[in-house]
Design a protein around this ligand. Structure first.
Ligand SMILES: Nc1ncnc2c1ncn2[C@@H]1O[C@H](COP(=O)(O)OP(=O)(O)OP(=O)(O)O)[C@@H](O)[C@H]1O
Length: 270
């Protein structure tokens, strides 16, 4: 279990990124931190693996304050997947996945064998193993990033906008893949996104952040939809959903799909 207790973060320049946050993240569940740009999502995520240290409060993993754990040792049990995959460009796919296990003392041969298995796990052909990241599509690179995050077999997987930089179709595939993976692996996943639809799809728990790094609501998708905590949540959930809600209209005898802003999104085949 991951617990935030009264956590705040003020950066040295005075910016308050996170203010008095309390969250409980149950094991083997997915929690999505969602909110607009600058609402403190990445800062919160990075406090779990001590890439950022809080200036107030505590972050606990299974009851232990992470401030008391050596960061390098802590990160061995926590996978991290970032936007744009963060792969090393001069290393092959298999080496990118195997790098951290090798650093932690696993033999090269074993790490490579495990990396190849992980390519299977994330739905990549093993024939890609000896290619370089630039030879892969954006979606394939993100899958390698997920494989790398899983390489040390962590209990906790942190994902910072991992699907933000790919096109909507690939994004949808990656979301489905993550749901499948999570069903198989049952990690404790903490996922950051701007996209409320992505949050509703992936999250067991959704934490809606507002500017100034305060939580507006932390609850299941159903609870948030049924009873938004305040006008901010209602607006955030409603406005975002409205934008994406599609409806059909008839134009010149053809059925056109129109989004919530009135823009045509496609034409249905007759
Ligand atoms: N190292 C830093 N020094 C000073 N201010 C920072 C630093 N990192 C982040 N901030 C500020 O803290 C606030 C929260 O940033 P953070 O990146 O956590 O938000 P976010 O919700 O993840 O945003 P985004 O969705 O744009 O990534 C912002 O105002 C940001 O400018």
């Amino acid at each position: 279990m991951i617990e935030f207790r009264g956590v705040s973060k003020q950066y040295p320049d005075g910016t308050v990124a996170v203010e008095g946050v309390d969250i409980v993240i149950e094991p083997h569940t997915t929690t999505v931190l969602v909110g607009s740009s600058g609402s403190g999502k990445t800062t919160l995520l990075r406090m779990i693996n001590r890439m950022v240290d809080p200036t107030g409060g505590q972050v606990l993993i299974d009851g232990t304050d992470v401030a008391t754990v050596d960061p390098v040792r802590l990160r061995r049990g926590i996978g991290y997947v970032m936007q744009n995959s963060g792969l090393l460009p001069h290393r092959t796919v298999v080496d990118n996945v195997a790098t951290v296990p090798v650093l932690t003392g696993v033999s090269r041969k074993q790490a490579r064998a495990r990396a190849l298995e992980l390519l299977d796990t994330v739905g990549l052909e093993r024939s890609l193993a000896d290619k370089y990241p630039s030879q892969l599509s954006g979606g394939q690179q993100q899958r390698v990033g997920v494989a790398r995050g899983l390489a040390v077999d962590p209990n906790i997987l942190l994902m910072d906008e991992p699907f933000g930089a790919v096109d909507p179709i690939v994004r949808s595939e990656l979301q489905q893949e993550l749901l499948r993976l999570q069903g198989e692996l049952g990690k404790t996943v903490v996922f950051v996104t701007h996209d409320i639809d992505e949050a509703f799809l992936l999250g067991d728990q959704i934490v809606i952040m507002q500017q100034g790094g305060r939580i507006s609501q932390a609850a299941s998708p159903a609870e948030i939809l049924a009873a938004p905590a305040d006008a901010f949540v209602a607006d955030f959930v409603g406005a975002e959903r409205g934008k994406r809600s599609l409806h059909l209209t008839e134009v010149d005898g053809r059925t056109v799909v129109v989004d919530g802003d009135g823009r045509p999104a496609g034409v249905l085949a007759p």
